[in-house]
Design a protein around this ligand. Structure first.
Ligand SMILES: Nc1ncnc2c1ncn2[C@@H]1O[C@H](COP(=O)(O)OP(=O)(O)O)[C@@H](O)[C@H]1O
Ligand SMILES: [Mg+2]
Length: 322
């Protein structure tokens, strides 16, 4: 069997005059955890609904675990566990009842159903709440119930629509850990509008803006696009020559270039240090100044970070949406 678990070819979707998705082409390989990152309204949910056969694309096609969404939607749905954006959990139902219901929807019965429930309850650490009604649970636990439901039929592919949204930082980090755990043996696409989330959870990031894919990179590659940070240090000369001062900073191992210029005050020199990659050199610059007996009057960091890259790639969309 091929290692491509999800293959989208030129997917487009319009709602009336709104082009929600335009010619999206991407692949996800077995075992990858891919982040689908974009601002609100970018087309993330639309793409996920197409892959799960909830809606049909206006154009293009997709295959999941080798099955075509048009030719074999049942096989596609069997291969996928889906956590929708707002999980339609039945708040009156007990957790156990709900998982039984979810399992029966996936044609599980008898011992097979009981075994799978036991397994997913263990996997998502729901043991202490199986007898509670879903309405009583915190958002974090409801999200686990949603994940348990998505896992009940042992799908090779998971599609999770904003699984961390609305959670407090503790709950979010628990769910993130859980997703990482689950992702060890599955293929996962998860959507988010939160950049920090994909950096820690995903091996690859697809950035979507205004219905178009604008980047397909690892978080490291994205960070490399951000350009190298520059550090601007203002120093008192204290009788040292500019060359002496420059030499003190040239010794910093991760410095790529060091330049100097006169500062605002009569006795001031400004040193600009560009890092070799994404390192934060503020501490090294401070120590270099101290060991050369220089007084550091100011230190600031300039240059783009990953958030700037994301903002640049998606600005059009953010403006349109606000
Ligand atoms: N059922 C719908 N009818 C009309 N427009 C829709 C519908 N669903 C989504 N849209 C529009 O499609 C675009 C993409 O939406 P969506 O896929 O939900 O984005 P995201 O999940 O990235 O926030 C938005 O402009 C949204 O308003
Ligand atoms: Mg959405």
């Amino acid at each position: 069997m091929s290692d491509v678990m999800i293959e989208a070819r030129d997917l487009s979707k319009s709602y009336g005059s709104v082009a929600a998705l335009r010619n999206a082409t991407f692949e996800v390989n077995r075992g990858e955890v891919v982040g689908f990152l974009g601002p609100n309204g970018a087309g993330k949910t639309t793409t996920m609904k197409i892959l799960t056969c909830f809606i049909a694309p206006s154009d293009g096609t997709a295959r999941v675990a080798g099955a075509d969404i048009f030719e074999d939607p049942i096989a596609v749905r069997e291969a996928i566990g889906y956590l929708p954006e707002s999980t339609p959990l039945y708040t009156e139902m007990l957790v156990l009842e709900y998982l039984e219901f979810a399992g029966k929807m996936r044609s599980l019965r008898g011992d097979a159903l009981r075994n799978r429930i036991r397994k997913v309850v263990e996997e998502t650490s729901l043991g202490e709440v199986v007898g509670k009604s879903i309405g009583e649970l915190s958002k974090g636990f409801r999200q686990r119930v949603g994940l348990a439901q998505a896992l009940i039929h042992e799908p090779p592919v998971l599609i999770l629509d904003e699984p961390m949204s609305g959670l407090d930082p503790n709950q979010a980090s628990e769910i993130r850990e859980l997703i990482r755990e689950i992702g060890r043996e599955r293929t996962i696409i998860l959507s988010t509008h939160n950049l920090a989330e994909v950096q820690v959870t995903c091996g690859r990031v697809l950035i979507i803006s205004n219905g178009r894919l604008v980047a397909d990179d690892t978080p490291e590659e994205l960070a490399a696009r951000a350009g190298k940070p520059r550090f601007i240090a203002t120093l008192k000369r204290n009788g040292h020559s500019a060359a002496e001062i420059r030499n003190a900073f040239s010794a910093i191992e991760d410095a790529q270039t060091v330049k100097e210029r006169d500062g605002m005050g009569p006795n001031e020199l400004v040193i600009e240090v560009v890092a070799k990659s994404q390192q934060d050199l503020r501490a090294e610059i401070f120590h270099a100044a101290v060991s050369a007996n220089l007084v550091l009057l100011g230190l600031e960091q300039r240059g783009e970070n990953l958030e700037d890259v994301f903002r640049q790639l998606t600005t059009q969309e953010t403006e349109a949406a606000s």
